[in-house]
Design a protein around this ligand. Structure first.
Ligand SMILES: [Zn+2]
Length: 249
């Protein structure tokens, strides 16, 4: 039987590399945001203030910091084959996957003039939404329905899912996520009326055992004609109920 002797390389080189940079990339980006007076809350997109090449540097810095966190949690990342590359995975996942809506620009969405003056409402959904709660950084998983009374411009149906994915891929609280999504959709297609309903499960409750059973939250936002015209709002909710009978139970 062979015994593996644990190895404990120190991270001196990595520290030296980071400290030799004049400013860490996160400091440079933060300084830029501060000098423009722009907020950088967890659910803000900061892509405009990240220069070419800096995203790779940022991923590198996150990897380093996450390694430090694992070590602080007294996990032997040098010898534990399961966590050896965890910091790499998490850094990639944060920057390019689950929080890509902070660091990457909005996917390109082309809008077209509403040449036929369509003004009947339609709904899109359920769109799967995945996010992480900004209080605990654990998943929020749910579905989203979008109702539109078209205005001067229209966008393709599949684009709603892409925009929702981009907006939700940030640390959020659900109440703010729905407002941010509504702002983006209004900006893209200037509808006469807009309604959004989100039903999501919050894993911070499930995971921590705060709620024994399923814990989901439903919230909605209505704008424009959906807000002023009660019958239109009811029509939207009825259409969604048709599509997903379990939603508003
Ligand atoms: Zn939470």
């Amino acid at each position: 039987m062979t015994t593996t002797v644990p190895k404990y390389p120190n991270d001196f080189d990595e520290e030296k590399k980071l400290s030799s940079q004049q400013l860490k990339v996160s400091d440079r980006i933060r300084d830029r945001l501060l000098s423009h007076g722009v907020s950088f809350f967890a659910n803000d997109n900061v892509s405009e203030y990240i220069q070419p090449g800096e995203l790779d540097e940022l991923e590198d810095e996150v990897r380093h910091r996450f390694k430090e966190l694992l070590k602080t949690l007294i996990i032997d990342i040098d010898n534990d084959h399961n966590t050896n590359e965890t910091a790499d995975r998490v850094a990639r996942m944060y920057i390019h996957e689950i929080f890509k809506g902070r660091y990457h620009k909005q996917p390109k969405v082309t809008s077209f003039p509403n040449v036929k003056n369509l003004d009947e409402i339609y709904t899109v959904g359920p769109i799967t939404v995945r996010s992480a709660c900004s209080h605990h950084f654990v998943p929020i998983m749910g579905s989203c329905w979008i109702g539109i009374k078209p205005g001067s411009r229209v966008i393709g149906l599949s684009k709603f899912a892409r925009v929702a994915d981009w907006v939700f891929s940030r640390p959020h609280i659900q109440e703010e996520a729905v407002m941010i999504l509504a702002d983006e959709i209004e900006r893209l297609c200037e509808p006469q009326g807009l309604g959004i309903i989100i039903k999501a499960e919050h894993y911070c409750m499930k995971l921590r055992g705060v709620m024994e059973s399923q814990c989901s939250m439903v919230n909605s936002v209505v704008r424009g004609d959906f807000r002023h015209d009660l019958s239109l709002k009811q029509e939207f909710f009825a259409l969604v109920r048709q599509q997903e009978s379990s939603l508003l139970k």
